[in-house]
Design a protein around this ligand. Structure first.
Ligand code: FAD
Length: 384
């Protein structure tokens, strides 16, 4: 007779892996499944690094979740003996008209997050390698930084497997059931029976639940560039440069310092074209590089002509406004959905996993913003 699990978690990115962690620690039996492997090259969690910042403008909910998540990432690093979190600092750059930054400053203050308010002169003096003529002030989160994304998820999975969680590489077929799902069918020909199924399939969720989510999760193509500084130049490495986000530019550029000698990382946070996570082209375009060079010439002149040492094309899995989707399936009582990371979800894996586990096991009240009912079908981004 095949084994029966309390929980099957489908999709092993930040959301699925951390959900499995909390379920496992409750004493439940858990199996993890992923079509391509934990934090694979197609997954949103498969990027080299991800920013963990506490600032979310007026949005205290995500500030609290990021604050709650950071110690879990630190602990994972300590338990696994890996450098998962780099405290590089995160610098917000904006102008006096930006209410987002004013609110961020207020919310961080109320939440007790360490921050420094900086004038444009102070920014210029501290980071002379950066030039932002239209920036009038900034906020530095000195205790925030970067997570080693693609290595941290497999590290968490290895830890889970060592303590009894099962993991399998297999694609899970679109579930077909009424009222209750008894089992899922795998690309390997096997099937898995479980009491509860959690689909944390990132930008694949509209493929898994086409009727429900085709118009509620919008995967977009996002390009990332790594640039190689001059030989011996350390000015783009920590502690000489923090991660930074420029809010005065319409394309919302953000950059990460050169970590583990991979190069200075830069991307634009504006949403790209619609994207298929299985088969979409992951080759960055010349047009994007030309646009990036024009930007660098003005703002990071030392890197304007720097060689591209690596590029990546990844995808955001956007909900209409950027709020996560964490809810029970409306027709299948033992199926839950966790996704909609919307370009900012990675850092929140621990808070999300704990929330979902507590919703399922202990029936804690649902946060209405995460519900399926709150998900509209027209995109109108409001969470950054
Ligand atoms: C360029 C870029 C920059 C970003 N920057 C940041 C940042 O700085 N900070 C931050 O916090 N977040 C950031 N994000 C967002 C963050 O990476 C995502 O929100 C987060 O990784 C989503 O994790 P996930 O577990 O929901 O999905 P994913 O990591 O995509 O995982 C989903 C998994 O499901 C699997 N799967 C799908 N369908 C099936 C199936 N049928 N059967 C089995 N397995 C299946 C896939 O193989 C995949 O591994 C960024 C995203 C991108 C693309």
């Amino acid at each position: 007779m095949s084994k029966h699990f309390d929980f099957a978690v489908i999709g092993v990115g930040s959301f699925g892996a951390w959900t499995a962690h909390f379920l496992h620690h409750s004493g439940a039996s858990v199996i993890l499944l992923d079509a391509y492997g934990p934090a694979n090259s197609r997954a949103s969690s498969g990027g080299e690094t991800r920013i963990i910042r506490m600032g979310y403008g007026p949005d205290e909910l995500y500030t609290r979740w990021a604050m709650h998540s950071l110690p879990h990432w630190r602990d994972l690093g300590e338990r696994t003996g890996r450098k998962i979190f780099h405290q590089t600092g995160v610098l917000w750059l904006s102008n006096d008209a930006d209410t987002y930054l004013q609110n961020l400053h207020r919310v961080l203050g109320n939440a007790g997050v360490k921050q420094e308010r900086l004038t444009s002169d102070e920014i210029q003096q501290r980071w002379p390698q950066l030039h932002f003529p239209d920036v009038t002030w900034g906020v530095l989160e000195p205790e925030s930084g970067l997570l080693m994304a693609r290595s941290s998820v497999p590290a968490l999975v290895a830890e889970l497997v060592n303590s009894g969680v099962e993991y399998r590489t297999a694609a899970v077929a679109v579930p077909n059931a009424n009222a209750r799902l008894a089992q899922i069918n795998l690309s390997t020909g096997d099937s898995i029976a479980a009491g509860t199924f959690i689909f944390a399939c990132g930008s694949w969720l509209p493929k898994v639940f086409p009727q429900l989510l085709q118009n509620r999760i919008f995967p977009t193509r996002q390009e990332v560039f790594f640039l190689g500084p001059q030989p011996g130049d350390r000015s783009f490495q920590p502690p000489h440069m923090p991660a930074w986000l420029q809010r005065t530019h319409p394309d919302l550029p953000y950059a990460l310092p050169d970590i583990e000698n991979r190069g200075f990382k830069i991307a634009f946070d504006r949403h790209g074209d619609a994207f298929d996570p299985d088969s979409g082209s992951r080759v960055a375009t010349q047009a994007s590089l030309d646009q990036l060079r024009a930007y660098l010439k003005l703002h990071v002149p030392a890197l304007a002509n720097a060689p591209v040492v690596e590029t990546r094309v990844c995808q955001y899995e956007n909900t209409w406004n950027g709020d996560f989707l964490i809810d029970r399936h409306p027709e299948l009582e033992n199926v839950w959905i966790a996704g909609g990371g919307s370009g900012h979800g990675f850092k929140h894996g621990p808070a999300l996993g704990e929330y979902l586990c507590s919703r399922i096991l202990y029936g804690i009240p649902a946060e209405p913003r995460f519900s399926l009912a709150a998900k509209q079908t027209e995109q109108q981004r409001s969470i950054y």
